[in-house]
Every structure is written in structure tokens, then in C-alpha cells.
Design a protein around this ligand. Structure first.
Ligand SMILES: Cc1ncc(COP(=O)(O)O)c(C=O)c1O
Length: 391
């Protein structure tokens, strides 16, 4: 983390805006979504039924996977994927730069998370670093497609092939993303999704696992529902990690719009890329992995804080004073989380990139409804904050 001392921040706006005037995200439901839920409510069949099945079929196909299993949320999806693929005591490579669930569910499985540094250009898992951290007990890789962007899947699969590793891709942020022209569900042993309220496909809570192996799909389905093979016959111990049909109905209805909304996000990202080039000395957007097509769950950039007289948090506050909200994904790397302190002794090297990102990253408004006026307001605000804080 930077140790640069900052003088007091420059005051940009005399009368700070009380609240954002550009929406950071646009998770609103349409009438069609509400009607779809009403239909489920009227049917009285609230458990996972036809709507969850429809979602599994449609999103599974769109993701290029043979099997799709809905579940309660993205955290449960990781647990359901990890349990059959990893054993207690396994070392599993996992990004130092991700949401906590990717690594936390390894710990829940009894595995040791071996944290891998981030690539400075993309923010994704750095597979050169991963190769250096392989231990005798390493049996797998759990890689997150961060911000909407697939990781370097070729490099993950190459390392996995070399060592016989299992691979789980955490795709909570990256529904419908592609790698080298293929939907991401084609790769790895399992891919997990979240339908948390603010995700590109949000249902409140919800999740899904995809895979291409019949036996693994069967195991995941058993684990999802108390190992039940017929009514009250339990072949093994499992969980209740099922989704419900109200969430399924919202997801199916939203899925009708997801391709168009994704295209709008991609256009917004291209617009940001071009507008922000004016500030290239101060701002570097996270780039998509070569060969990947990002779905821009987030538009995240790195601030060059050495060239600014303010911290990232002060920058963010000053943008808000201009009505422009931003967010931090995330304020610290996973090795810096107290939750993982017992695993620090087994790590072989530090994480200079991931550890430095916590003080620099900033996510700008990203959704399918950004207008010309929004982009004007955002660019003007950034210009103002940068000129007030240039070192
Ligand atoms: C990368 C990543 N993995 C896993 C999750 C967990 O998903 P959920 O919140 O649905 O449990 C999230 C959600 O924020 C996420 O962003």
C-alpha cells in the first residue's frame, strides 16, 4: 500500500450535492417481471419448480454448459461446486483480488486458500504468479471472472492440465461473458453464478452452478437437496441450498432483456474508455483479458494516486459532491482480510499488485441506462476533481 503523505484535499464544490444525480446502477424491475412473480404467487407453487427449471435450461444453454443447477445464492453455488471437486486439506489456488466468498467457501470446505496475485492490467488472477505458488498439496484452482471479464482461461486450463487440477470459475459477476468466441460455461469443471440483487441478472438472492459432466451434475443436485434420491430417501448428507420459483420467475423475465442490457453496458464501457483517455496520466481503466468479451458488471479503474494530492476515498467524495456516485471493489485484498489470518503462514510470497489495488480502485456508474447527459456530468466531474487535486 502507498505510504505517500497527502496534504489536505482541495475543496471542489462549495455546496456538495446531497445525493447522487447519476444512478450508480439500475436494478429496477419491469412490469413484466412483477407479472411473472404474480403468476407464481397465484399458482401457489413457490418452491423451485418450472421457473427454476426454465432458467436452468435457458441460462445453461446461453452459457454453453450441458448442465445447470439453480441454488440459493452465489456463495452456496461455490460450496456446491467445491464439495465434490476438492477434499479437506487440499491447497487450492485462489485470487488475492476477489470477493471474499471465492476463498471463504474453500475454507468452509476445509481447504487451504493459496492466494495468487492480480494482473496489474486486468485485475484478474495472474497465472504466471499462480504457477509459482503450486505446492505438493495443490489440487485445484478457483478463479474469479472479476468485474464481468473472463480470466486468461487458456493459462488456467494449461496449468490445470499440467498438474491434473480441478478448476472452478466464479462467474458471479460475469453472466454471458465469452472467451475466444466461446461462452464461459464451456471451460473448467464447474462455473458458479450469483443472482444477488445488483448482479447483471439480479433476483434478490439466487445462484447457479453449471458443468459439463453428468456424474458431477448428479452429485451437485444431491448435495443441493439433502442427498435425496426419492421422497425421504437420502443417499448422502447434503444441504437445502435450493432457489425458489419467485426468484426463478424474476430471473427468466429479466433474462429476456439481459442480452440487450449487456450490449448497452458494453457500449457504455467503450464510451468510458474513450472519454477517460483524456485523463490517462491519472486514471487507468481495468482492461479486459485478451481474447475475452467483458459484460462489464462494473466499470472499475485505478487511480494513479502518486500523481494526485488526494486519496481515492477523497476523490470519490469529491465526485459525489458533483452528483457522481462511485464505489470501491474492493478496499483490501483477501490476504489483508482478518478472516484468513490463520492461512498466512503457508503463503510463499507477498501480493504487491493486489495489496496496492485496495487504495486505488474506483468503480464508476455502470448500467444499461447511462445517457449522454450522464456521461457529460461524469466527465465534467472527473475533470474538475483531477484539476483540483493534481500533484
Ligand atoms: C465474485 C463473487 N463471488 C461470489 C459472490 C457471492 O454471491 P452471493 O452474494 O449470491 O452469495 C459474489 C457476490 O457478490 C461475487 O461478487
Amino acid at each position: 500500500m502507498s505510504t505517500v503523505t497527502k496534504p489536505a484535499p482541495a475543496v471542489v464544490s462549495a455546496a456538495p450535492a446531497a445525493k447522487p444525480t447519476v444512478p450508480f446502477m439500475l436494478p429496477q424491475l419491469h412490469e413484466a417481471d412483477i407479472e411473472a412473480v404474480n403468476k407464481v404467487l397465484r399458482s401457489g407453487m413457490l418452491r423451485a419448480a418450472s421457473k427454476c427449471e426454465e432458467l436452468e435450461k435457458r441460462l445453461g444453454e446461453m452459457s454453453g454448459a450441458k448442465h445447470a443447477m439453480t441454488c440459493a445464492n452465489g456463495t452456496c453455488a461455490l460450496q456446491l461446486a467445491y464439495e465434490p471437486l476438492f477434499k479437506r486439506g487440499d491447497d487450492v489456488l485462489v485470487p488475492a483480488w476477489s470477493y471474499i466468498a471465492t476463498a471463504a467457501m474453500l475454507v468452509a470446505r476445509g481447504c487451504n486458500p493459496i492466494f495468487v496475485d492480480a494482473d496489474p492490467t486486468t485485475g484478474q488472477i495472474d497465472m504466471n504468479d499462480a504457477a509459482k505458488r503450486v505446492t505438493k498439496k495443490t489440487t485445484g484452482i478457483a478463479a474469479t471472472h472479476m468485474y464481468g471479464t473472463p480470466v486468461d482461461i487458456d493459462a488456467v486450463q494449461d496449468l490445470a492440465k499440467k498438474h491434473g487440477f480441478k478448476v472452478v470459475y466464479d462467474c458471479a459477476q460475469s453472466h454471458l461473458s465469452t472467451y475466444k468466441g466461446q461462452p464461459v460455461g464451456k471451460f473448467g469443471d464447474a462455473v458458479t453464478y450469483s443472482f444477488y440483487a445488483t448482479k447483471n441478472l439480479g433476483t434478490g438472492e439466487g445462484g447457479m452452478i453449471t458443468c459439463n459432466d453428468d456424474a458431477l451434475a448428479r452429485q451437485i443436485k444431491l448435495l443441493r437437496s439433502h442427498g435425496e434420491t426419492e421422497k425421504y430417501l437420502h443417499e448422502q448428507v447434503g444441504y437445502n441450498y435450493r432457489m425458489n420459483d419467485m426468484a426463478g420467475a424474476i430471473a427468466c423475465s429479466r433474462l429476456d432483456r439481459l442480452p440487450a442490457e449487456t450490449a448497452a453496458r458494453q457500449q457504455a464501457a467503450a464510451r468510458y474508455d474513450s472519454l477517460l483517455s483524456e485523463f490517462s496520466a491519472f486514471i487507468t481503466p481495468m482492461r479486459a483479458t485478451p481474447g475475452s468479451v467483458s459484460v462489464y458488471h462494473l466499470y472499475t479503474l485505478k487511480l494513479n494516486i502518486e500523481k494526485l494530492r488526494c486519496s481515492r476515498d477523497e476523490f470519490s467524495k469529491q465526485l459525489l459532491a458533483e452528483g457522481v456516485p462511485s464505489a470501491v471493489h474492493y478496499p483490501r485484498s483477501l490476504p489483508q482480510q482478518p478472516a484468513f489470518k490463520e492461512f498466512m503462514g503457508m503463503q510463499t510470497a507477498p501480493w504487491p499488485v493486489a495489496d496496492s489495488l485496495g487504495a486505488r480502485v474506483l468503480s464508476l456508474p455502470m448500467h444499461h441506462g447511462l445517457t449522454d447527459a450522464h456521461f457529460d456530468q461524469i466527465t465534467t466531474a472527473i475533470r474538475k476533481v483531477i484539476s483540483a487535486n493534481k500533484a
